[in-house]
Design a protein around this ligand. Structure first.
Ligand SMILES: *Cc1c(COP(=O)(O)O)cnc(C)c1O
Length: 381
């Protein structure tokens, strides 16, 4: 059998960055400012410039990046925060940890993002339960920005603050607006497997709101006031390591190029599957004017388990993100959901499968993946 392929290839990226990465790391080691060194401020400025947000407040991970704005807004017990059911657990964990009530909203079958009609129903339901609707967390799942053209005005009508979860979607865009500029605040993650990842944990909040930015800078540093021994709020210890910031600056320098490579690879997958097995595979939808960051390339297939087993046999790794929707997770099943439930989330959880996707996936390897996937689904129908 030929060598199994990697699902993502961080080694290829590391080889490309080469000496620049070593130099950046060595500089931090030489300077010795491991917490809040100058590289942190440099990276924050570069990231703000990249996406057009006014402020970037880096922090320890993407989950904290979701917590911090909710904390800054004073969200807690009695408050409802609306979260899609088909996402990674952190989207609901952040409001739940603050004592607020996550309310699960269904998603759309084509784009996997929050369904506005389901959100509307969920807000009414939360009110009927005596909860105060405060915020909504649309998730840019698998890299595709949520339908902010619909969700932002709807949230405003419903009196909700919008915290965009772009942990997977950073690098995506709608027309000329990059992820990081939709809603009152955006959270992102630099977990190694995300489109822009570091070599450990990291995250950031992006916002255009000056007051919120000041509060976030305080909250990530134990609620500091004038200095770190003046504490004006109850905060977190949640800073991005200087080493990680230095690494991220090097990765950001090649990020635009990597996003273009991801887009080419996704287009090639989609063209091949639509040509060769259009009846047994549903390819991802990217609405006109949208740019996905392609955190994942995710298909829908009916006979998923058989397809995955056949791929594995041929050395092609596949993954299921996510097998259990949040409203079915045992730690979260007691929270309310939209009045019609989350049937689309349940169906997607049963059908989705993600293929290897990274900017260094060569044409030959990709052809092999396409061949294996097509013959696997043909065998199962
Ligand atoms: C990864 C992820 C997070 C959390 O990021 P961490 O850095 O791992 O804490 C939040 N939301 C979504 C949708 C994610 O994929």
């Amino acid at each position: 059998m030929t060598q199994p392929l990697p699902f993502i290839d961080l080694a290829a990226q590391q080889a490309r960055l080469g000496d620049r990465l070593r130099l950046a790391i060595d500089t931090v080691l030489r300077e010795g400012t491991y917490i809040m060194g100058r590289q942190v401020a440099d990276f924050e400025r570069e990231l703000a410039e990249f996406c057009g947000a006014r402020h970037v407040i880096s922090c320890a991970n993407g989950t904290d990046a979701l917590m911090l704005p909710l904390m800054a807004w004073g969200i807690g017990p009695g408050d409802a925060v609306f979260v899609p059911s088909f996402t990674f657990i952190a989207s609901a964990e952040a409001p739940a940890l603050l004592g607020a009530t996550p309310v699960f909203v269904d998603v759309q079958p084509e784009t996997f993002d929050m369904d506005p009609a389901s959100l509307h129903g969920a807000v009414a339901h939360a009110r009927s339960l005596g909860l105060r609707p405060r915020a909504v967390i649309p998730v840019d799942l698998f890299g595709l920005p949520s339908d902010y053209d619909t969700l932002l005005p709807l949230a405003e009508d419903l009196g909700l603050l919008v915290l965009a979860d772009a942990a997977q979607g950073f690098g995506g865009a709608i027309n000329d607006c990059r992820a990081g500029t939709f809603g009152q605040a955006t959270a992102t993650s630099f977990f190694p497997a995300k489109p822009l990842g570091c070599y450990g944990d990291g995250g950031a909040v992006l916002t255009d709101d000056d007051q919120l930015a000041t509060r976030l800078r305080s909250l990530r540093f134990h609620g500091k006031g004038q200095d770190k021994y003046d504490n004006v709020a109850i905060g977190l210890n949640s800073r991005l390591d200087t080493l990680q910031a230095a690494i991220l600056s090097e990765k950001l320098a090649i990020f635009t190029d990597e996003l273009a490579a991801r887009d080419r690879i996704a287009a090639r997958y989609t063209a091949a599957f639509q040509d060769r097995c259009p009846n047994s595979i549903i390819t991802p939808t990217v609405p006109a004017g949208y740019q996905s960051a392609w955190a994942q390339y995710t298909l829908r297939v009916a006979q998923r388990d058989q397809m995955m087993a056949a791929c594995k046999e041929q050395g092609v790794p596949t993954m299921v993100y996510y097998p259990i929707p949040l409203h079915r997770q045992s730690g979260y099943a007691h929270y309310p959901q939209a009045p019609l439930g989350c049937p689309v989330s349940e169906q997607l959880a049963a059908e989705v499968v993600s293929l290897p996707m990274h900017p260094y996936l060569g044409e030959q390897d990709q052809s092999r993946i396409i061949d294996v996937v097509c013959s696997a689904v043909e065998k199962t129908i």
